[in-house]
Design a protein around this ligand. Structure first.
Ligand code: GLU
Length: 439
């Protein structure tokens, strides 16, 4: 049997990460099993399902690399098939017509629940069951003649030959109705895997109020699709070992439904940021540089002397500090301009402090005499001077860092000095002395 999974979003204009994670799991499962992954657009709500809303779904899938087999199925085109199925159920006595509410506005078609307890095995949640008395007959075609979600969803899953339904656990309750419909329509019952929801730190459903929640927002914030894919795959599933950084191919190889966790998955944006940095640094050098350069251009920090070679050295020096392309401008702008911003706290603590100016002057003299001027020689010079002065290296390290970068945080100081180069370092120390150390 060929495994066939599907993603069946209702276009709303946004694709929540909970939904795209269901698509990621459906995709991974199908690819792992050598099966097919299909797309069905559940666009029966004509008001919400605008062409732009459908476009948003397709864009999100494309950006995430969720390739689907076959043409997408548009549910709105399938109304005749949904109504035919309702007729079939009426003919078999498995559904009946009723004037709901007795308004005289026409009759709805109501599906007759079998009247027995129902049970199914969920691939994630285990054995689930519901008592007959807790399940009522339900409308499948409204009195205005339009099919209801449950009917359309099941008829289309049958039509598409779906073998595994992987979706959010907000649909668990619907599943009993769906199972009854599959049976009544004489179709084999698919397997179900209901995914736990994504929650925030308070254990509530993760929403826009907690941070980025839609695929488009993550894209606009500069997350890489491979990082979000990796993150969502591991948010609720684990490979059974302690791997956290996984490529798409590794995920396909490792993915099975039995390791999907049944407990809710807590969103951890810090971890996602970290993963984004990991994936960013793993990009081919040209892609990484192009991404950084585009940001620098937008912020008027480019071009600079030294061009791409210089940029490559900055990227290397920043190393793990870069999580996003934008970090190059947000956290390393001092590499690209003399107009870098001084952090007031850092200035007060490190440059306006008694003795700081004296220390900086002495260091500046030593640095001026260096040839070559690199990470090693600057470090040696600074440490030798500290020792002569009978002080810890920090007394020199902190003021010089703030003087040349405006900040008390950053990459290795000596690599930073090397990349900036002797002339700029000396000029910056001199300016900082003039500006801040007025004793
Ligand atoms: N359109 C439904 C949703 O977005 C589909 C549910 C399902 O996957 O069966 O929740």
């Amino acid at each position: 049997m060929t495994i066939r999974t599907r993603f069946a979003p209702s276009p709303t204009g946004h694709v929540h990460i909970g939904n795209i994670r269901a698509a990621v799991y459906g995709w991974l499962f199908a690819r792992h099993e050598g099966g097919q992954f299909l797309l069905r657009i559940e666009d029966t709500d004509r008001e919400r399902s605008t062409p732009e809303a459908v476009r948003t779904v397709l864009d999100a899938m494309e950006w995430m690399g969720l390739t689907f087999d076959e043409e997408p199925l548009y549910q709105s085109m399938r109304m005749p098939a949904h109504l035919a199925a309702a007729e079939q159920l009426l003919a078999k006595g498995l559904a009946y017509r009723e004037d709901k509410g007795g308004t005289g506005k026409g009759e709805a078609v109501v599906f007759r629940m079998p009247g027995t307890d129902m049970a199914f095995h969920d691939e994630v949640k285990g054995d689930l069951r519901k008592k007959a008395e807790d399940m009522k007959d339900f409308v499948i075609v409204r009195s205005n003649g339009t099919p209801v979600f449950h009917l359309a969803n099941v008829v289309d899953d049958i039509h598409m030959g779906i073998t595994h339904i992987i979706r959010g656990d907000d649909h668990v309750e619907n599943t009993y109705r769906h199972l009854a419909l599959f049976c009544a329509l004489g179709a084999p019952v698919p397997k179900y895997a209901h995914l736990p929801m994504i929650i925030n730190a308070q254990g509530k459903p993760y929403s826009k109020r907690d941070g980025a929640a839609y695929v488009g927002e993550f894209r606009d914030k500069g997350y890489l699709p491979e990082a979000l894919f990796n993150y969502l795959a591991l948010l609720g599933w684990s490979p059974g070992d302690d791997r956290e950084i996984m490529s798409r191919e590794e995920l396909v190889r490792a993915f099975t439904l039995d390791r999907v966790r049944s407990a809710p998955s807590q969103m951890d944006l810090k971890k996602l940021d970290w993963l984004n940095g990991v994936h960013m640094r793993a990009l081919p050098r040209e892609t990484l540089e192009a991404g950084c350069r585009a940001v620098l251009e937008r912020r008027a920090l480019w071009p600079v002397p030294g061009g791409l070679d210089y940029l490559a050295r900055v990227v290397e020096t920043m190393g793990e500090r870069l999580h996003f392309f934008t970090d190059i401008a947000d956290h390393a702008s001092y590499f690209f301009t003399e107009e870098y911003v001084f952090d007031e706290k850092a200035v007060n603590k490190r440059l306006k402090k008694a003795g700081a100016a004296d220390a900086l002057r002495a260091l500046s003299d030593r640095l001026a005499a260096l040839d070559p001027f690199n990470a090693q020689t600057t470090e040696q010079a600074l440490r030798a001077l500290a020792e002569e002065r009978g002080e810890g290296a920090g007394v020199l390290v902190h003021p010089v860092r703030v003087a040349v970068s405006g900040s008390s945080e950053g990459p290795s100081l000596f690599h930073m000095l090397e990349v900036l180069g002797k002339d700029r370092v000396l000029a910056r120390i001199a300016r900082a002395l003039e500006k801040f150390a007025a004793e």
